[in-house]
Design a protein around this ligand. Structure first.
Ligand SMILES: C[S@@+](CC[C@H](N)C(=O)[O-])C[C@H]1O[C@@H](n2cnc3c(N)ncnc32)[C@H](O)[C@@H]1O
Length: 378
């Protein structure tokens, strides 16, 4: 869950905020109804109200959104901003919005329930012909030479290799893992190839699920390529946008898809890339084919996050849709807690009711009840 300070850092990202501020000034007209989806501490709500919105509905699961009431009051905008500290999936409104503003992305737009939340808000909360800000993101890819990634991977096996042990299995596993360029080490000088778009996300039609695409890259200078860098370029509204690519400093980090083995590349060689990812951003697969100037395939590497962490046959079986599960002891207890949450008992009474059947300490049991209340209670 983001802290109030991290919302401050998002609001301080000049490139992002300039585009959003200009988009809001253009899309919101006096009298507009606006939904700020995932408002945080509400920078986009405040800008929409300042642009003349008649009403702004700000919604966020993070209680930090409650601070927006005070922020709106101190900016004399309190009468026009209505704050809801709940999931947007549970938000019902008395009127449809003319504009929905959001930034539910992580380092890429492929982030948790982003697409599901946009689809739900678009279908339930936006008037026909209403405006979505952002409008479109384009997923980009380029081949890079990241010395930081090499150092990180080397360090992660150094404990084995220094003692004369091989760690190939662990190294292969790590190469099937997606990394974030957290320290923003990646700059334009690390790019070895042209960049290209591998997928387009139009928020007017985007659906949760698999996003996939391919791109043809041309090597621009020789080097030792060790990853594909993925980022996004966005159109927030009406030609206004920004890039989060290498060399563009922003709150978004680049995503690195490592190569299984670094590849020596030379200018004018070509790289064919295919990327497949779930819109939640938790599962990725990527294939990289390097073709030399004569058209001969020099290398082909197929990778997937599925191979990044060993999976036991038992775990695979349990994940199958044909698996017939039974409840364990915790499941039984949660079922009893949920059954006791019938609107007639206090939290302590529910814990009392369940405590007879468990050796769990009172505090731990109360935490379990509170957790069930926050997830499934009303
Ligand atoms: C990246 S922050 C954006 C904050 C702010 N709108 C901005 O642009 O600076 C995304 C926000 O979406 C919120 N969020 C995630 N899932 C949500 C949901 N189901 N309903 C409402 N908000 C949600 C998160 O808590 C987080 O505050």
């Amino acid at each position: 869950m983001y802290s109030v300070m991290s919302y401050g850092h998002m609001a301080a990202d000049g490139v992002r905020m300039d585009a959003y501020a200009r988009a809001i000034a253009r899309a919101v007209t006096p009298g507009s109804v606006v939904v700020d989806l995932g408002a945080g501490t509400g920078i986009l709500s405040l800008l929409a109200a300042k642009a003349g919105a008649r009403k702004v509905y700000a919604v966020d699961t993070n209680p930090a959104v409650l601070l927006l009431r005070e922020l709106a009051a101190e900016n004399d905008l309190g009468d026009r901003i209505e704050v809801h500290d709940k999931s947007s999936l549970e938000l019902t409104l008395p009127e449809k919005a003319d504009v929905i503003v959001s930034d539910l992305r992580g380092s890429t737009p492929l982030h948790e329930e982003h697409f599901a939340l946009i689809r739900d808000a678009r279908e339930r909360l936006l008037r026909p012909g209403g405006v979505l800000v952002p409008a479109q993101d384009r997923l980009m890819v380029a081949m890079v030479e990241s010395s930081k990634l090499t150092r990180d991977l080397d360090l992660a096996v150094a404990g084995f290799t220094r003692r004369g042990l091989s760690a190939r299995a662990a190294r292969t596993s790590m190469a099937n893992t997606v990394f974030a360029d957290c320290s923003s080490e990646l700059s334009a000088s690390h790019i070895l190839s042209t960049s290209a778009r591998w997928a387009t996300l139009d928020y007017a039609t985007v659906e949760p699920g698999v996003v996939e695409g391919g791109a043809e890259l041309s090597i621009q200078r020789g080097g030792l390529a060790n990853a594909l860098a993925v980022w996004f370029d966005t159109t927030v509204h009406d030609g206004l946008g920004y890039s989060t690519g290498p060399g563009h400093s922003s709150v978004y980090t680049r995503t690195l898809l490592p190569l299984l083995e670094p590849l020596e590349v030379a200018a004018d060689e070509r790289v064919h890339v295919t990327v497949r990812a779930h819109s939640r951003g938790d599962r990725w697969a990527w294939e990289t084919t390097l073709v030399d100037r004569d058209g001969t395939t020099k290398a082909r590497q197929r990778q997937a996050t599925f191979l990044g962490m060993p999976t036991s046959p038992d775990a695979l079986l349990r994940a199958a849709t044909t698996f017939t599960p039974a409840r364990n002891a915790l499941g039984d207890r949660v079922a009893r807690i949920l059954a006791a949450m019938d609107g007639s008992r206090a939290v302590a009474e529910i814990a009392d009711l369940v405590s007879a059947d468990t050796l769990l300490a009172r505090d731990a049991l109360l935490d379990e009840v509170r957790d069930a209340v926050s997830r499934y209670g009303r």
